[in-house]
Design a protein around this ligand. Structure first.
Ligand SMILES: [Zn+2]
Length: 76
């Protein structure tokens, strides 16, 4: 089987063998298309943002609760 045509950032050829009748191996076949990577990148970005938001809330909520308690103790 022929070698995959994918080039990495250093310009080296991918060492994997290409699929039958394809120019790229299993890993780079999807990257050679146009639509699927864009959709996947959008989903990944949304997931990343969601995870970041959850993490932010996890750290921020106890801090706000603590701040509220301190403020209430100062007022009373
Ligand atoms: Zn490859």
């Amino acid at each position: 089987m022929p070698q995959c045509f994918h080039l990495d950032a250093d310009g080296r050829r991918c060492p994997e063998e290409a699929e039958d009748g394809q120019a790229f191996c299993l890993w780079h076949e999807a990257a050679s298309g146009l639509r699927p990577p864009l959709v996947e990148a959008g989903v990944a970005r949304r997931l990343f943002r969601l995870a970041a938001l959850i993490l932010l809330a996890l750290f921020l909520v106890p801090l706000l609760v603590q701040g509220y308690r301190v403020l209430r103790a100062l007022v009373n």
